[in-house]
Write a protein that binds this ligand. Sequence first.
Ligand SMILES: [Zn+2]
Length: 103
Amino acid sequence: MNLIVFHCRQCDAVLFPARYLCPHCGASDWEEQVAEGGTIEEITVVRHRIGAQRGEDVHLATVRSTAGPVVIARLDEAMRPCAMVRLELDDAMRVLGHAESAH
Ligand SMILES: [Zn+2]
């Protein structure tokens, strides 16, 4: 699924996740925009504790989306800040970040 962000038609603020009223101008006049990708600003690695069942580290990235808002995305592999990712939502409405293929 595409990651949708919300553009306020009154003041041009772009928010994610959606809010009822714009925190900047108080309007509720939204236009949906697709945030296709972004740039990683920070990485957090959540390490599973020893003894966890076949635990794999979870790589979370703070991503500045091209649409504007910063989102937290779960990466499918270890990546570095400044890398570009493609953003999407999974069925549980979590934001996923996929490495942009270089070709
Ligand atoms: Zn606004």
